[in-house]
Design a protein around this ligand. Structure first.
Ligand code: ATP
Length: 234
């Protein structure tokens, strides 16, 4: 049984059909990448999974349970956490306040997890009392990921974690993605940086104008002529 199962998902914004009949699965322990041009529907797909958007058709299952109509906070409680595009940290709150916010669905163990985050992201530890809005872009991205991890997710949804960051920071972010996965976090990753994302993932789905065009093992797709031309500038 897949951890996440998306079946025939369609999401509209008024008359705009942003996602049309999309089906994909993510198995426990996998990193799965969703790539596609701007406006292909990647963010919309993630927001439907985290239950921030209501599908017009289709079904979502998480660990075998139908979550198609589940409220977003219940999805977090079940183990789905999203690090949103553009990071969206609370600029006027401290690093630590942002992290505690990520744990809002939890009762105990938050202190210990803060400590774990500060060990994993030492720069956040050093800056725990600094306002999040004064962090660098890379630090804000780390904060957004750490904030999502504070809910102890089984499935982490990462939307464009490398957006606008310097290459050295991007490498750092991808190292973190790999380490998190090695520690057992399942990840659904949306990325513009297709090559990096494919190299860091087990499987890839390619989305075009709201519909899937290709899918397969990342190691194979990264050498696929059609994908190369469209997304990898090859
Ligand atoms: P990007 O890489 O640019 O973030 P994306 O693949 O994540 O693109 P989405 O953000 O999911 O694409 O958008 C899919 C389509 O839905 C686009 O045509 C977009 O213009 C449209 N769309 C997204 N959000 C809204 C909204 N709030 N209202 C109306 N249309 C929207």
């Amino acid at each position: 049984m897949p951890l996440l199962e998306i079946e025939n998902l369609s999401v509209n914004y008024g008359a705009i059909q942003a996602v049309r009949g999309l089906s994909l699965t993510v198995d426990e322990g996998e990193v799965v990448t969703l790539i596609g041009a701007n406006g292909a529907g990647k963010t919309t797909t993630l927001r439907a999974v985290s239950r921030l958007l209501r599908p017009v058709a289709g079904r979502l299952r998480f660990a075998g349970r139908d979550i198609t109509r589940l409220p977003a906070d219940e999805a977090v409680r079940l183990g789905i956490a999203q690090s949103p595009e553009g990071r969206q940290v609370l600029a006027r709150q401290s690093v630590q306040d942002n992290l505690e916010l990520g744990a809002y669905t939890r009762k105990g163990g938050v202190r210990a997890d803060l400590q774990t985050m500060y060990e994993r992201f030492p720069r956040l530890g050093e800056r725990r009392h600094q306002l999040a809005g004064t962090l660098s872009g890379g630090e804000q991205q780390m904060l957004a990921i750490a904030r999502a991890l504070m809910s102890r997710p089984r499935l982490l949804l990462l939307d464009e974690p490398s957006l606008g960051l310097a290459p050295i920071i991007v490498r750092e972010i991808f190292t973190i993605i790999r380490e998190l996965n090695e520690q057992g976090v399942t990840i659904l990753l949306v990325e513009q940086n297709a090559r990096l994302a494919m190299n860091a993932s087990h499987r890839t789905y390619v989305l075009e104008a709201g519909q899937l065009t290709f899918s397969g093992d990342s190691a194979q797709l990264v050498n696929d002529e059609r994908v190369l031309h469209a997304y990898l500038g090859g």
